[in-house]
Design a protein around this ligand. Structure first.
Ligand code: ADP
Ligand code: MG
Length: 582
């Protein structure tokens, strides 16, 4: 059995772990710490040092010390409003390469602790990461010599860590993650060992760094650069999580002037409250997207180092109207979840299934530069969806498809992921049938397929980076056609969803019957078999009858209720055994 590492590649700190003899464990670095700073310092010759040693160089060598690179990964230059104190182009590196250096160190930490080479990993990313950011993270892993088996959203990982010993319960939970650089809020449902993200929201530019900067600016004498006080500010902030008041002393910080400040918790809270308050709208949005009221939640889990701040805990209690759950170590929950997911994938942990969602809507541009959503945000992944189009003009030679990601109504406000030009044989207007299909795999990575179905052939697609002018008439006609086919497309979408469900259900039922064959009564077995046959018949019928398949799925679900309960009990038992509780 080959080991798979679980990695939390954090903005501020990164962690690595593995399932060892049935237990998820996190591994300490050479300094004995499980948290390794996500910092890389580059020497003039291009060599670099990584982790705490690199962080210690930051004050002296700020232009060559890269921190918070996660705020840059997978972004186009100029995108986002964060200005790093260094220039990656001057250093001669890229966000992917810097992240790869951090991952190489984590791999080395694991190999030293485990005394064997390891080359597979699960890596977490913020739920709000888009396709490009997830892809870039995957690339970084590969550059570090790791096969990235799965990209998992951080709140999902945290929920997994929280929920491992509650497999038999049905719970709705929120994960509030305030780290160094990002804020994520997710609402999840766990039932019968299945985790499903109902919604996610957040802010990729909000975290403890902003709190440190606010403190630094507040103590900074006029004319001085606040950046030089950030480190002292962070240390003071951490002390204020347990103490009522603290001193910031920086004797002769510039050679002659000294700085000495007393900060009490009251001052601190006044200063950072506006930052913490920014999390509120995201929380409300996540709740409304999930269709969950605060009092329907079973728990609100806190993760991320910044949730150690007492005011954050009070504020979360205020938003959700309940005390947050602090059972998880806020620094380690995400990494622990990554390790558990890695353990499930490698087969060293069983009986847990993970479902994630798309963080942003995906679609294509249509009439008048509007966004036409194909996969709405918060759709459970892996998933597939598509639409049919036809040619608008006689003898049209090809069709341009702009692939977009975002929530805005206008295409120009959304992010263009790529363009596809699909050629087809010249013919009369309306003779071509072009299917555009979006597939998102379990890592949240998107593949777009455009197929000319009129000629029954798959056409090889080209993604072009160069801009192509879109003819308004053509697009107008395209949308008219898409409305014409909307009903069929809808049925097809429901069918596809039901088909996916059936394809998930059937093997799971077969496996469960194999495992519990002897414990199942003849009546129960024959009911299950009958229901399974119905699903298979629907699935293989020439006509796509979405309603019939959905009903058959439901019947099979009902027939296997007791079997499912037994599976969960077994999972519970194993989990308790692993923990040495029975
Ligand atoms: P990330 O996920 O961004 O890597 P972490 O979850 O490791 O971040 O959190 C790092 C942040 O938590 C930093 O801003 C750090 O200052 C802050 N932090 C850590 N411990 C404490 C504490 N005791 N009180 C307040 N903030 C803390
Ligand atoms: Mg984190």
């Amino acid at each position: 059995m080959s080991l798979i590492l679980g990695i939390d590649l954090g903005t501020t700190n990164s962690l690595v772990g593995v399932v060892d003899s049935g237990f998820p464990i996190l591994l300490a670095n050479e300094e004995g710490q499980r948290l390794t700073p996500s910092a890389v310092n580059y020497a003039a010759d291009g060599s670099c040092i990584v982790g705490a040693a690199a962080l210690r160089k930051r004050a002296l060598d700020p232009k060559r010390t890269v921190t918070s690179v996660k705020r840059l990964i997978g972004r186009r230059s100029g995108e986002g409003d964060w200005q790093p104190p260094y220039q990656l182009s001057e250093i001669g590196t890229t966000p992917v390469q810097v992240s790869a250096e951090i991952l190489k160190l984590l791999k080395a930490i694991a190999e030293r602790a485990l005394e064997q080479p390891v080359n597979r990993a699960v890596i977490t990313v913020p739920a709000y990461f888009n396709d490009a950011q997830r892809n870039a993270t995957k690339q970084a892993g590969e550059l570090a010599g790791l096969t990235v088996e799965r990209i998992v959203s951080e709140p999902t990982a945290a929920a997994l860590a929280y929920g491992l010993d509650k497999l038999s319960e049905r719970q709705k939970i929120a994960v509030y993650d305030l780290g160094g650089g990002t804020f994520d809020i997710s609402v999840l449902e766990m039932r019968e060992g299945i985790f499903q993200v109902l919604s996610t929201a957040g802010d990729t530019q909000l975290g403890g760094d902003d709190i440190d900067r606010a403190i630094a600016e507040s103590i900074c004498p006029t004319g001085a650069d606040p950046a030089q006080f950030v480190e002292a500010a962070e240390a003071a902030k951490k002390r204020l999580s347990t103490e009522d008041s603290t001193r910031i002393d920086l004797p002769f910080y510039d050679g002659s002037i000294s700085l000495s400040h007393e900060i009490n918790r009251n001052d601190f809270e006044k200063l950072v409250r506006p930052l913490i308050e920014r999390t509120r709208t995201h929380c409300l949005r996540a709740l409304s997207d999930a269709g969950v009221k605060p009092d329907e939640l079973d728990a609100v889990i806190l993760v991320g180092g910044s949730t150690r701040i007492p005011m954050v805990r009070r504020y979360v209690a205020e938003i959700f109207g309940r005390e947050p759950d602090i059972s998880q170590n806020p620094d380690e929950a995400v990494a622990l979840g990554a390790v558990i997911q890695a353990g499930i994938l490698s087969g060293s942990l069983k009986n847990v299934l993970l479902l994630d969602v798309t963080p942003l809507s995906l679609g294509i541009e249509t009439f008048g530069g509007l966004m036409n959503t194909i996969i709405p945000r918060n759709t459970t992944i892996p998933c597939k969806a598509g639409e049919m189009f036809t040619n608008a003009v006689t003898n049209q030679q090809d069709m341009l498809i702009r692939v977009l990601q975002g929530e805005r109504e206008l295409a120009k406000d959304n992010w263009e992921l790529g363009r596809i030009v699909l050629p087809f044989p010249a013919g009369a207007k309306g003779s071509a049938r072009v299917g555009v299909q979006f597939t998102i795999d379990a890592n949240g990575i998107l593949q777009v397929l455009a197929r000319d179905t009129a000629t029954q052939t798959d056409t090889v697609l080209e993604i072009q980076n160069t801009a192509v002018d879109v003819d308004d008439d053509r697009v107008e006609q395209m949308i008219a056609e898409s409305v014409e086919y909307a009903f069929e497309d809808m049925n097809e979408r429901v069918w596809t969803e039901a088909k996916l469900k059936a394809e998930e259900l059937l093997p799971a039922v077969d496996a469960a019957l194999m495992q519990f064959g002897d414990a199942v009564s003849d009546d129960e077995r024959s009911a299950i078999m009958t229901a399974a046959v119905k699903v298979r018949t629907s699935l293989n019928a020439p006509e796509h009858d979405a309603k019939a398949l959905k009903m058959a799925n439901q019947e099979l679900d009902d027939a296997t209720q007791e079997l499912a309960v037994r599976l969960v009990e077994r999972a519970m038992e194993e989990s308790l055994l692993r923990r040495g509780l029975v």
